[in-house]
Design a protein around this ligand. Structure first.
Ligand code: S3P
Length: 448
């Protein structure tokens, strides 16, 4: 969030049953990519269902600063008039990506193989996050980066004048790094290859193919090898952004832990690179069903139906599932606190470098609400208190992290005493409609 946004303290208290239908907004990952690839196509891309959260609005503004025309019509459709691969203009101002790691890392990739220089900054959370994971591979294309100590923003990228293609094995499981390399590869001649050991969300690959790029993914002994042929002419697209499974997670998990609940969440994407939380919840014994399973735009989609599930039990989440639910561990830990037994989460070191150190933030807040939690560098274990067994009664810090704020508010809906967060303002980065949507289901969440 902007440094100027005042903190918004919020409190959630035990609520009656959550009942009804929840219309979830557009997918954040796909929304960023639609704007960026639209700006790199020649002609006009039309986008419906775009997430109008602050993160995505910051990316839209960045694309304007690089010379694309980005407008929203009265019906809510977004129009992006792209400048073509290699057509970015040099920005006259600093690019402020706010809270968004996805925004800044993908945009750095997209501009790194053009002969222009751009300076990036963000809010207090983003300016703490590591950027070397992106600038290291961008240097292989010929780009240069100068930032603060430890590879932090603010940072200036001087794009490569004569980019060369790259073959790069991503050292951490990160769709942002993979995507930054692929977007940089667009303006390099020849073939750029990215290798990832574990499959991460594949929206960039799918969308690049949709825009007409030549891109091939092969499963090999090395991992997934993605080969992109550079310097295509991207054709503008009509994109209908699917609803975000990471946002759906909050009303779904709230329904599972609030007595008597029955909530329908229509049209949620079940792309296997994103749906790990729902698999895990079902393994815990959640009454979570997929209704009306279908395909939309090449993606599996279902209406999710979540009902109160007082008999959930802790599980060991397989580490190889981590990438497919990386943003959902905070809300999973809230469900785990309301189950019986231990929920063990290993292989999740990446949680320490998100919008906040999400393991530290959740451990501190759950502990303050009377839940037993242990953690190590890349693992944590939540000991369940059973249905309705969380004492609550704490005020927790959200650390400028939307998912931490929403997770603790959901905790408060099923705890014995209210749970507060010091600042709910960051929720607007990804899920601006969170408060009215939860209130319409019957959740007692208020600004305090
Ligand atoms: C995202 C990738 C993930 C995820 C983030 C969105 C993306 O980050 O946590 O919320 O849209 O590519 P990493 O690439 O750092 O794992």
């Amino acid at each position: 969030m902007s440094a100027h946004t005042p903190p918004t303290p919020m409190t959630a208290r035990a609520s009656g049953p959550l009942v009804g239908e929840a219309q979830i907004p557009g997918d954040k990952s796909i929304s960023h990519r639609a704007l960026i690839l639209g700006a790199m196509a020649v002609g006009q891309t039309r986008i419906t269902g775009l997430l109008e959260g602050q993160d995505v609005l910051d990316t839209a503004e960045a694309m304007r600063t690089f010379g694309a025309e980005v407008t929203r019509d009265e019906g809510g459709t977004w129009h992006v008039h792209g400048v073509g691969v290699g057509g970015f203009a040099e920005p006259e101002t600093v690019i402020d990506c706010g809270n968004s790691g996805t925004g800044v890392r993908l945009i750095m990739g997209a501009m790194a193989t053009s002969p222009i220089t751009a300076t990036f900054t963000g809010d207090a959370s983003l300016n703490k996050r590591p950027m070397a994971r992106v600038t290291d591979p961008l240097a292989l294309f010929g780009a240069r980066a100068v930032g603060r100590a430890g590879g932090r923003l603010p940072m200036t990228i001087e794009g490569a004048r004569y980019p060369v293609p790259v073959r790069y094995a991503v050292p951490v499981p990160s769709a942002q790094v993979k995507s930054a390399v692929l977007l940089a590869g667009l303006n390099a001649p020849g073939q750029t290859q990215v290798i990832e050991r574990e499959a991460t969300r594949d929206h960039t690959e799918r969308m690049l193919a949709g825009f007409g790029a030549q891109i091939v993914t092969e499963d090999t002994d090395e991992g997934r090898v993605i080969t992109l042929t550079g310097q295509p002419e991207l054709r503008p697209q009509v994109i209908d952004v699917p609803r975000d499974p990471s946002s759906a997670a909050f009303p779904v998990c709230a329904a599972l832990i609030v007595p008597g609940s029955d909530v329908l969440v229509p049209g949620i994407g079940l792309n296997p690179t994103r749906a790990g939380l729902f698999t895990t919840l079902r393994e815990m014994g959640a009454d979570l069903t997929y209704e009306n399973l279908r395909e939309e735009g090449g993606e599996p989609v279902a209406d999710l139906r979540a009902r109160y599930s007082p008999d959930m039990a802790g599980v060991e989440v397989p580490p190889e599932r981590a990438a497919s639910m990386i943003d959902e561990y905070p809300i999973l830990s809230v469900v785990a606190a309301n189950a019986t037994g231990d929920t063990v989460m290993r292989g999740v070191r990446e949680l320490r470098v998100k919008e906040s150190d999400r393991i530290a933030a959740m451990v501190a807040g759950l502990h303050a609400s009377g839940v037993t939690v242990k953690d190590g560098p890349d693992w944590w274990i939540v000991t369940g208190q059973g249905a309705g067994g969380v004492p609550g009664g704490a005020t927790t810090l959200s650390h400028l992290d939307h998912r931490i704020a929403m997770s603790f508010l959901v905790l408060g809906l099923a705890a014995q005493k209210p749970v507060s967060v010091d600042d709910g303002a960051p929720i607007a980065t990804s899920f601006p409609a969170f408060e009215p949507l939860m209130a319409a289901l019957g959740a007692a969440i208020e600004r305090t």
